[in-house]
Design a protein around this ligand. Sequence first.
Ligand SMILES: CC(C)(COP(=O)(O)OP(=O)(O)OC[C@H]1O[C@@H](n2cnc3c(N)ncnc32)[C@H](O)[C@@H]1OP(=O)(O)O)[C@@H](O)C(=O)NCCC(=O)NCCS
Length: 142
Amino acid sequence: MALKILDHGTPEYQQMIKLRDDILRKPLGLSFDKEELDNEKDNLLMAAYEDDVMLGCCMLVEENPQTVRLRQMAVLNDLQGKGIGKALMNFAENLARDRGYQKISMHARQNAIGFYEKMGYKKVGSEFKELTIPHYIMEKKL
Ligand SMILES: CC(C)(COP(=O)(O)OP(=O)(O)OC[C@H]1O[C@@H](n2cnc3c(N)ncnc32)[C@H](O)[C@@H]1OP(=O)(O)O)[C@@H](O)C(=O)NCCC(=O)NCCS
């Protein structure tokens, strides 16, 4: 497995949108709009690959000079539970550290809380709804 940084607007970015759509949006009956994707051009986009197949992805968005927000963490359905999410998370954390950030925060879906807890993230505050489903803010000091 290879972990890579992706450039916005490239064929790899289109692969990422397809993966995110399949895993994160279609199951909720939702999709991405152009404005949302245009706004991702300054984000740090990354993915795990086996040859040309994208296995998983995520992105980091600057909230402030100290904090980045993790978004759009998704692994192919058939390959979940095999360590791909963990490898992506470690890659994202190392990139964030290298760039001088001190904290990662996120809006975590309730179904993924156990995964993030294993990665050392803690819930902050109470449950809220986003994209129609329950979420928690979670964070970790780097
Ligand atoms: C959540 C997700 C990104 C995790 O990636 P993954 O590749 O399946 O996770 P890993 O195999 O790297 O798991 C790492 C550890 O977390 C555990 N884990 C993974 N998913 C878990 C879950 N949903 N609940 C509890 N623990 C979980 C694994 O058992 C593993 O534990 P171990 O280190 O003791 O063996 C992936 O399952 C996914 O894409 N889910 C659907 C989309 C989603 O909900 N994304 C998150 C949006 S906030």
